[in-house]
Design a protein around this ligand. Structure first.
Ligand code: UGA
Ligand code: MN
Length: 332
């Protein structure tokens, strides 16, 4: 097994796509031949339980190596130089559950090739917690910050609809993209830190030409919101219970745009406008998009690949009872 592992590691490093493909075909063929040969020649008609168990085990091993070769081929394909980069923009603010939320995101994004995570803290400077966190997270990242002005921060007694969140943070990320990545081939996705993302979503958005759209689960007091398509697969309106008259009545997690649209319109930013809940629709309208430009994803918008989950605010009132145990400075 050690030798096999070494040989595989050698192949992983040295083989080209073509050679991998030939190896995959050859190993599948040889495997099938070997099984056929054993069945015809070595296994008597009344084969013992041991023979069958042995062959079953061998078959499982061969299936595993087939899977392994398939995944090698896939990873060779996905590391392709020409593959557009997915820029994921995440506004984030300090709170008890922040590290837990970011951990969930990091461990998801780790599995996505060519993903660049732009984390923007709602603070006057970078926090030690996020800095340490990103240094350990195995995702390419940029760490930015900007503090939301006091007058735009939601007061404790105000409804969450009153003032939009993450606006300045996303705008700083737009400036960063225009400044640092104006020549990159990519797609931009605004991923809040508290949502849940299916890995498949990133395959769906990767080759966005202008703007792609898809359903979002557990949002707007519905099981899901979604673009509604006509028989030609074009978006005609929106399944939403709130302000369906918006031109683009979707959530931030429900779209991605080609980076070129952002670099070609250097003045476009997120703005809430006079009415509430208009962030997304204003942004897409300002990019000069029309409904007919939208590229519906997730199998004609029939699949939910992102959920607008919200983490319950942690209650730590029992901390007061822990006075006898010395408090340490551990990071949570
Ligand atoms: C909904 C949408 O899904 C958001 O994309 C939109 O920004 C928001 O409404 C809005 O109306 O502004 P919701 O769950 O209500 O989302 O918002 P949060 O998840 O609380 O905040 C969105 C993002 O902004 C998060 O990544 C959060 O960490 C960040 N945020 C929140 C800040 O950077 N600063 C804050 O003070 C609060
Ligand atoms: Mn949220």
């Amino acid at each position: 097994m050690v030798i096999v592992a070494r040989v595989e590691r050698f192949f992983t490093r040295k083989l080209t796509m073509k050679a991998l493909f030939i190896l995959y075909i050859a190993s599948t063929f040889l495997g099938l031949f070997w099984i056929g040969f054993n069945f015809n020649n070595n296994v008597p008609q009344n084969s013992s339980k041991e023979d069958i168990a042995f062959l079953t085990k061998r078959l499982i091993e061969l299936e595993k190596s087939e899977e392994h070769l398939k995944s090698l081929i896939k990873s060779k394909e996905t590391n392709n130089e020409d593959l557009p980069i997915i820029f994921v923009v995440t506004p984030t603010h300090s709170r008890l559950e922040q590290k837990a939320e970011l951990t969930r995101l990091c461990q998801c994004f780790m599995h996505v090739p060519k993903l660049h995570w732009i984390v923007v803290e709602d603070r006057e400077s970078r926090s030690r917690l996020v800095e340490n966190f990103l240094s350990k997270c195995k995702v390419v990242s940029s760490h930015l910050f900007v503090k939301t002005p006091d007058e735009s921060v939601l007061k404790a007694n105000e409804s969450r609809w009153k003032k939009p969140r993450g606006v300045q943070q996303r705008n700083v990320a737009l400036s960063y993209l225009r400044f640092e990545h104006s020549r990159s081939k990519g797609v931009v996705f605004f991923a809040d830190d508290d949502n849940v993302y299916d890995l498949e979503l990133f395959n769906e958005m990767r080759h966005t030409q202008k703007a792609s759209v898809w359903p979002v689960g557990l949002v707007g007091k519905l099981k899901y919101e979604t673009p509604v398509l006509d028989s030609q697969g074009k978006v005609i309106f929106w399944r939403t219970a709130w302000k369906g008259t918006r031109k683009f009545a979707l959530d931030m997690a429900g779209f991605a745009v080609n980076l070129k649209l952002i670099t070609d319109s250097p003045k476009v930013q997120f703005r809430s406008g006079r009415s509430i809940g208009m962030l997304e629709t204003n942004f897409l309208s300002d990019l000069n998009l029309e409904l007919s430009d939208l590229e519906p994803k997730a199998n004609g918008c029939t699949q939910v690949l992102v959920w607008h989950t919200r983490t319950e605010k942690p209650v730590i009132k029992n901390e007061g009872k822990m006075l006898k145990i010395p408090v340490d400075q551990r990071e949570v």
